[in-house]
Design a protein around this ligand. Structure first.
Ligand code: GRG
Ligand code: ZN
Length: 315
């Protein structure tokens, strides 16, 4: 029988992540620490246990990852990157601590990463990817800096649009294969920018709905394995496009619930695997989009509690 969502176990699992400092997983994930804090913090907020983590301690840790140019690294002393800068801004926004940072300085850093074609590199090494377009747009939106003299919004939109494929999906760069993760980045960014008219809703909606496999789980592209995190990457897009009813809700809920570790806490990529904080967030966030009881509503564009987005005055 499918278990219920083990809320208390998942909260304890997230709380104890920080105590696993002598484990291999902890050190192997060191370069992802700031992302990990965002995943854990957002999980406990969506599970309606915001008190589970020490806000002051988290804010001090986030600030210790900031560089003099305003950008954030993945951990203390690590190089700055847009991925971690977004996580830092998301964490501070969730904890109502955006007054700790200089929004103009961060927006200037984000602007420095925009290329002439409207795309974004993640850092000084010029790797281009629609993930970084999303990070830039989300981050500037949270900072209320989505305008001139910061990034060129029209060009940012043009680049994302140039990554659209014949199947209605999007890839990492123009001509790259459609992948649900990249589709989330493009659809999420276009939604934040109010440019959803550029999306081929029916074509993309069908492609996304076809990601559901017989076992209820979703995969990220044709012929690939199901994975709990696609419950976020796929569902968030369907939700933004108002097509969430195009997948079978109950079988996806069962798939996610069966991927829980009901003893040790946390959710894995699929039933039987070891849980991790990344899949815990995207499993819980997917359940929230599916209307699972007693969860905080999640904003499908930002992957943050709706209450936080509302508090920031974002439409
Ligand atoms: C604030 C939610 C949020 C995100 C920040 C980093 C980022 C922006 C988005 C990442 C989007 C993305 C590319 C997700 C996919 C992650 C994933 C499961 C990749 C696996 O790719 P493959 O090719 O796996 O290894 P498949 O499933 O295709 O076999
Ligand atoms: Zn995954």
């Amino acid at each position: 029988m499918t278990p219920k969502l083990a809320v208390a176990k998942h909260v304890t699992y997230v709380q104890e992540l920080d105590n696993k400092k002598d484990s291999f997983e902890y050190w192997a994930g060191e370069h992802l620490r700031l992302n990990g804090v965002y995943w854990g913090l957002t999980s406990v907020h969506l599970l309606k246990h915001p008190e589970a983590l020490d806000s002051a301690q988290i804010i001090e840790y986030v600030m210790s990852c900031q560089h003099t140019n305003g950008a954030f690294g993945g951990h203390i002393g690590h190089d700055p990157h847009l991925l971690y800068t977004l996580s830092a801004v998301q964490i501070l926004a969730t904890l109502d601590a955006l007054d700790r940072i200089d929004a103009d300085q961060i927006a200037t850093y984000v602007k420095s990463l925009q290329q002439p074609d409207g795309s974004f590199s993640g850092d000084e090494y010029n790797e281009i990817d629609t993930r970084f377009s999303y990070c830039a747009v989300n981050c500037l939106s949270l900072l209320n800096r989505l305008r001139q003299p910061y990034i060129d919004v029209d060009r940012a939109v043009e680049f994302i649009h140039s990554c659209k494929n014949f199947d209605g999906g999007y890839g990492s760069v123009p001509g790259a294969e459609s992948h649900s993760g990249q589709i989330f980045c493009c659809v999420g960014a276009l939604a934040i920018l109010g440019r959803l008219e550029l999306i081929e809703t029916d074509r993309l909606g069908w492609w996304l709905a076809e990601r559901q496999l017989k076992n209820g789980g979703l995969n990220g592209r044709p012929e690939k394995l199901e994975d709990v995190c696609y419950s976020w990457w796929v569902l968030s897009c369907l939700s933004i496009m108002d097509r969430i009813h195009w997948i079978n809700r109950d079988s996806l809920v069962d798939f996610i619930l069966n991927a829980q570790d009901t003893e040790g806490g946390g959710i894995a990529d699929r039933p039987g695997d070891v849980s991790d904080v990344f899949h815990t967030l995207f499993g819980v966030a997917g359940l929230s989009l599916l209307g699972y009881p007693d969860l905080e509503p999640v904003d499908p564009r930002y992957c943050m509690p709706c209450s936080v987005i509302k508090r920031l005055g974002i439409q």
